[in-house]
Design a protein around this ligand. Sequence first.
Ligand SMILES: Nc1ncnc2c1ncn2[C@@H]1O[C@H](COP(=O)(O)OP(=O)(O)OP(=O)(O)O)[C@@H](O)[C@H]1O
Ligand SMILES: Nc1ccn([C@H]2C[C@H](O)[C@@H](COP(=O)(O)O)O2)c(=O)n1
Length: 671
Amino acid sequence: MYTTEFLDLPPLVRAGGRVRLPGSKSISNRVLLLAGLAAGTTEVHDLLDSDDTRVMLDALRLLGCDLQRDGDVLKVTGLGGQLSRKEAQLFLGNAGTAMRPLTAALAVLAASQGGQFQLSGVARMHERPIGDLVQALRQLGCPVADLGQPGFPPLQVGDGGVHALNTAAPIRVRGDVSSQFLTALLLALPLVTAQGPVAIEVDGELISKPYIDITLRLLARFGIAVEREGYQRFVLPQGSAYRTPGRIHVEGDASSASYFVALGAIAGTDQPVRIEGVGLDSIQGDIRFVEAAQAMGAQVTGGPGWLEVQRGAWPLKGLTLDCNHIPDAAMTLAVMALYADGPTRLNNIASWRVKETDRIAAMAAELRKLGATVTEGPDFIEVQPLAGPWQAASIHTYDDHRMAMCLSLAAFNPLVAGEPGVPVRILDPKCVGKTFPDYFETLFEVVTPAADQVPVLTVDGPTASGKGTLASELARRLGFHLLDSGALYRATALAAQDAGVSLDDEAPLAELAGRLALRFEGQRVYLAGRDITDPLRLESTGGMASRVSVHPAVRQALHQLQLSFRRAPGLVADGRDMGTVVFPGASLKVFLTASVEQRAERRYKQLISKGVSANLPQIQSDLRLRDERDANRSVAPCRPAEDAMLLDNSAMSIEDSVVQCLDWWRQRRPF
Ligand SMILES: Nc1ncnc2c1ncn2[C@@H]1O[C@H](COP(=O)(O)OP(=O)(O)OP(=O)(O)O)[C@@H](O)[C@H]1O
Ligand SMILES: Nc1ccn([C@H]2C[C@H](O)[C@@H](COP(=O)(O)O)O2)c(=O)n1
């Protein structure tokens, strides 16, 4: 997951390949709660691992459920409907799928068995309504106290005493604000059916009905057969008891699939975008996003557990759609609308206003930043296709995973505006951790950036100036890939040593360099399967690399390999000729220097701290020799590019150098 302050997406032109989706959030949290309430052990396969499931797991653990990981399987041993702890404080982040059902289940358990629980979340959770559910629970006779603003979390359920519950009369709940209130009651009320059946009646038009279908199906898997009259009246039969199905599989998230369906529809593809984990047989309502995407022009085929998408009509076709049945996935249509031939109007989406953020307002604001004309109303949004040039925009994500994932699709703008397109900056990309922590990594695996549009930042300079330290920190903060080009010359020198090739023998050295079997795995480096991490960093290896690197044929042989490191979202490259030869078009070139005394001192300390014996005067003279050779060789000498920023860090801390370079970087970006 990218935990950077922002993530810059280069303009993208094509997509194709295979994507494996993480588990569905809605199914995961329902299954966890049901397994936690049931007796016995449930093996949960392919559970989503994300912020929202983590808070549910933490809550179940606090309540006394036993949770054991066994590879990809989670084994949940439930409470069997009996509280094992009578008091707990639960923090539920911004997970509506945890807050609402846990409120209902704990209210019912606390009232009938004596208990007291506090449920809270992040600030936004305390702005998301829960009053209709609270009212329904109070009708039943459950004590529920507002700990903040009435009608919103935080709440306290139960007061420690045992209360007789009024299960004879139907429980009335509003259905037109969030279907999660009804889901919460359906999941909780089997706990109080000992004396007779319990009925729930819905006031107003129920929204997001497909989510109720998921709830009913999962209840059935756990042995609860709900009787119902349409979506107005539901009856939990007398003596309902959760029975673990033993083993349950969580299918891929259909809402998450929408980004890749859209990707296939928008991007020109050599091969389709294949989505695995969810298919046309999905039990999730958001699978019907496929129909909306088809109506806009996508070509979609699919089967059980898979979908394949390619571009059909282009530009996409604008449409007007009632989105009540696909409230989450419908957000993706709002971004697809930018690529359409006419306006797109999404109706009946009032629930967007009470989600992770006010999604109607947020979507309108961010699409406008890209240059779109957007009209919004209490329960609709209308987006005009972009007429003028796209604007490079810094997208605010409002701590809303779907805002980040949807708006990433705006990076395909070269397809509309002609070459070369503009980048899109996603602020706080880690918000995708709510449902799809590896979303951006997955996206980068299947997209192709526009030619020469992946940004590069180069850091060149003499030995021990701190290039490697600076470059790796810059890469970390920007979420970019890192090329330590010196390591390639060092590895060539080690390969030559292994093969008994002289460091002066250009042709066989170039031959070795051209077929280096190098593998980088985190901090470790392997050459032909051998771990060379430690020998690679030896001073003697640096000296050999310096000799190897004077040969033009060796440099040529390593050129293509260095270029291959330039992958989305960007690259920080450190070496001697990154800005002058390998990436002459880099957006920012830094030439880092420090006095030879400082550099020798730093290298000395570096070696001593690693337990390697070192001699300061010797290091200084070796550095001078290396500087001399690297700066005066005939090809690609170590010199600043004409447009490089010079940074003498002799008297600067590492952090000061990083801040200075990030400042220069920001000035070069179009945001
Ligand atoms: N600005 C700085 N102030 C103090 N120490 C620094 C600074 N920058 C780097 N160092 C230290 O100097 C040592 C050498 O840095 P580093 O290995 O990054 O240099 P380099 O230029 O990549 O070297 P080489 O060319 O040999 O690969 C490290 O121990 C690092 O922590
Ligand atoms: N782009 C590069 C990178 C490195 N070299 C040579 C010259 C250096 O002395 C040697 C080792 O580099 P280091 O790991 O110390 O950065 O490799 C080069 O010529 N061009």
